[in-house]
Design a protein. Structure first.
Length: 176
């Protein structure tokens, strides 16, 4: 489920959002199918929000008083990265919630000469992998998490509806 915070709508003053929410929802659902999580189809929440809102969440939950691009709040404590509980009932198959500050990501895109269309799937993949219990606190954890994200970004496109299919987003850091 992808939702847009009413504060974000106010931020844009009634103008359309600079990205397609329907496409973002299709991308997230394709990623969830690609992950092949135990027990059947899982879901996650994604709220597009403002810098101010994400900063308050960052301050409250991480003691960091600054905005960021994405925050993820898992629904389950995962003992082993990527190993979620097997849920027999659909209502229990909810990974957790992600919050993305669209203004923050827009600024990142301007600074890094990329687009929201390229950046958002990378952030959604990153958030979903966090919801599965992966982290990047150590170099080793970062390497493992990056591998899972890269595999997800490489493969989710095959689960997209045909009208949304396109090349995989380029990496967030241009190495050339």
């Amino acid at each position: 489920m992808v939702m847009v915070n009413k504060l974000l709508r106010q931020h844009y003053g009634g103008r359309p959002l600079p990205l397609g929410v329907a496409k973002l929802k299709a991308q997230m659902n394709a990623m969830l199918r690609t992950l092949q999580l135990p027990g059947g189809q899982w879901d996650a929440g994604l709220l597009l929000t403002t810098d101010k809102h994400i900063q308050s969440l960052n301050r409250k939950h991480r003691n960091k008083d600054k905005p960021t691009d994405i925050l993820s709040f898992p629904n389950y404590k995962v003992k082993v990265q990527g190993q979620l509980p097997h849920m027999c009932v659909e209502s229990g198959r909810y990974l957790g919630d992600m919050f993305i500050s669209l203004p923050y990501v827009e600024a990142f895109c301007v600074e890094n000469e990329t687009t929201l269309e390229e950046r958002m799937p990378i952030l959604v993949a990153h958030g979903l992998v966090h919801l599965m219990g992966y982290d990047h606190e150590t170099d080793e954890d970062f390497a493992v998490m990056s591998e899972v994200e890269d595999a997800l970004l490489e493969n989710y496109v095959r689960h997209l509806p045909p009208h949304y299919r396109k090349e995989r987003p380029r990496d967030s850091i241009d190495t050339e």
